[in-house]
Write a protein that binds this ligand. Structure first.
Ligand SMILES: Cc1cc2nc3c(=O)[nH]c(=O)nc-3n(C[C@H](O)[C@H](O)[C@H](O)COP(=O)(O)OP(=O)(O)OC[C@H]3O[C@@H](n4cnc5c(N)ncnc54)[C@H](O)[C@@H]3O)c2cc1C
Length: 406
């Protein structure tokens, strides 16, 4: 039996905790926030529940396989359902299409609406949802976190919230322990489920693998709004995309210029359409996401401008008055991404999805200079997203177990 520390409590950490503690190891998970779950946090306001980051997932088979490995069933832990449609996409008022549909139908609809040969069509056509599924968990995505935490605890994993890991202590190329809230704790093995660069920053310079972080191209950032509506919203679906503007121009704002987009496309989620447990009766929970460039920062004035933009566009597209039905709205500060998750480049969501950063070009899961330190996060394998994070936890746990048996 080995003493194993896992830093961070996102999906990848929870998955690894299950695999390691089920083999009899003493696993401790340290999370700097007061709640477990990482980016899959929830916000509760006046009877409304909001998933703060992930709002849906794909590939239920990954969860089936995960629970199967522990001889239990996904449905013993949480209930999920496939969304119909996966998305509704607005091109202009009274003109929207619903996915899933065949690739051909989708291409035709995009052509008809002048989006046939665009960055957005490339994105959408390649998106798993056309071929696979868009899934939602009753009660919100946090239910999955609660489930996996429960499973990990059943194997003996201990969770420590409000526990900031400040340093990984290394001696003679071997990690000896971590400093948590000022106290040194000894461990035989350390797995880090926090953003890669953050893990490196916990190490003395000579043990870092990637001193030049600019080698990596990071993805975009996001401006988010959480809105309580005092009525049910018509003409929208659980997942709705407002693509009534020029996305190529918006993409230029994100990747080339970079600057605040004049007329952004935006994603809206109304989970209370599917799930009556997360909004008071007769009301609607709304989550809005605008993709933006990295490093723009934000403030109340900017956020109010963008909130106004999306509400007026939505009123026009969906043919209804909404302004007077907003019970409250809150936003997540873009700037908080860096303080909450220590994302590099201030506010990056994850690593950009490019070939140069895929497969074997990804950051290594094992520190090359410290024999018993492993990395589990979106910069390593396989990718970002909650299903991929679950796989990452499994793969890294397997590698860690192999290192123990050597
Ligand atoms: C806006 C947004 C929307 C998204 N939507 C979706 C979606 O719909 N579907 C989907 O599948 N994926 C989505 N994702 C991606 C998904 O949220 C992530 O891929 C996944 O949650 C990452 O999990 P993780 O295990 O890497 O850890 P994270 O969730 O990043 O958790 C890391 C944890 O480590 C903690 N931590 C950091 N430093 C320390 C330290 N020094 N000591 C202790 N703890 C520390 C942090 O507080 C955090 O809780 C979205 C991401 C974002 C940002």
């Amino acid at each position: 039996m080995r003493k194993i520390a896992i830093i961070g409590s996102g999906f990848s950490s929870l998955s690894a905790a299950c695999f390691l503690s089920s083999k009899g190891h003493e696993v401790s998970v340290f999370e700097k926030e007061g709640v477990i779950g990482g980016r899959a946090r929830k916000k509760e306001i006046n009877g409304f529940t909001f998933d703060m980051w992930p709002t849906f997932f794909c590939m239920s088979d990954i969860f089936d396989r995960f629970f199967d490995r522990f001889n239990v069933k996904t449905l013993d832990y949480f209930n999920f359902e496939r969304l119909h449609p996966s998305y509704q996409i607005y091109f202009s008022n009274s003109n929207s299409i619903s996915l899933p549909c065949s690739k051909e139908q989708l291409l035709n609809a995009l052509e008809e609406n002048g989006k046939g040969n665009s960055k957005f069509s490339d994105l959408l056509i390649n998106d798993a949802d056309v071929n696979l599924q868009t899934l939602y968990v009753k009660g919100g995505m946090f239910k999955i976190i609660e489930s996996i935490k429960r499973l990990a605890e059943s194997f003996g994993t201990t969770f420590f919230a409000n526990s900031m890991v400040e340093e990984i202590v290394v001696d003679q190329k071997s990690a000896k322990g971590i400093i948590v809230n000022g106290d040194y704790k000894e461990f035989d093995l350390i797995l880090s489920g926090i953003d890669y660069q953050s893990t490196e920053s916990l190490l003395n310079n000579r043990y870092r693998n990637y001193n030049n972080q600019d080698n990596y191209r990071l993805s975009y950032s996001a401006l988010l709004f959480y809105v309580g509506f005092d009525k049910k919203i018509k003409n929208v679906s659980h997942n709705t995309i407002f693509l009534d503007t020029d996305f190529d121009f918006h993409a230029e704002n994100i990747y080339d210029l970079p600057e605040w987009p004049e007329n952004p496309m935006f994603y809206a989620s109304f989970p209370s359409i599917t799930d009556n447990t997360i909004a008071p009766q007769g009301k609607e929970t709304g989550i809005f996401l605008i993709p933006i460039a990295l490093g723009l920062g934000d403030n109340d004035a900017i956020k109010n401008v963008y909130f106004e933009k999306i509400i007026s566009r939505m009123e026009k597209m969906t043919d209804q008055k909404l302004r007077d039905n907003i019970e409250f709205f809150e936003s997540y500060y873009v700037n908080n991404l860096s303080s909450d998750y220590f994302s590099s480049k201030e506010d990056a969501i994850e690593l950009a999805n490019t070939i140069a950063q895929s497969s074997s070009n990804k950051a290594n899961i094992k520190n090359k200079k410290v024999r018993n330190l492993f990395y589990i996060d979106g910069l390593t394998i396989p990718d970002l997203g909650i299903s991929s994070s679950m796989i990452s936890g499994e793969i890294v746990a397997e590698e860690a177990l192999k290192s123990i048996s050597k």
